[in-house]
Write a protein that binds this ligand. Sequence first.
Ligand SMILES: [Zn+2]
Length: 260
Amino acid sequence: MFQSLIILIPLFLCWGSFLNVLAYRLILNQSIITPRSSCPHCESLIAWYDNIPVISWLLLGAKCRICKNSISLLYPFIEILTAVTLFLLYTYIPHHYFFGYFVFFSALIVTIRSDIETMLISRYVTLFLVPVGVYLSAQGLLPLSLRESIFGALFGYFFLFIINSVFKYFRNVDGIGEGDFDLLLFIGSFTGIIGCWISITIGSLLGSLYGMCTLLLSHQSHDVTTYLQTTRIPFGPFLAFGAIIFTFIQQQIFHYLLFQ
Ligand SMILES: [Zn+2]
């Protein structure tokens, strides 16, 4: 355990660092291979010693070495999130499912980063990976059947479609972003109908909790209507966290459903 911790955590932190770059470049439509990473403010190239996951961010005091503009907290957050979740995957999930969930978690983490930062989700890490989820399920590399994967994807998409149609009927605007449809289609293909449903439930709970906390902390706490009309909270990160949590508790959930 200790040995794998020493080897895997640095590797997963570096992978998290790559996912940061991937999230940033997919949204800006930049190449993911070249050029080398640069500061988004002054565009100076980042030296290797300023690119060490988490440590460089701390040593630099969250500021660019050249222009002193701040470096987002999202960088270390995504790196630590990647390392912790992938290490838990490696430790608690049967090893023949590791590759499937590694792809799943990586895409979810890219989604979390880009949706928090830009309110956009790239289809490269959602819609385009649905066939991968279906294929891995068919090959027994995820704990669900081909049929469960396909129905999970369809369930995810149509569930949000119905919710959004109801919202649109009453409010005359889209309540759910287009990227969230692709995201739930993707989550469904890797987790099936029950997984998709639990991810939505956990995601909605987390989203509501976050909404209530920010409402209580905001200065407009006396005016709930104004807050709801003016504040947009990205739903994608909460859905993604819901899917990550489901992955770790699915055995307990299925055990509960079967033996109740
Ligand atoms: Zn700079």
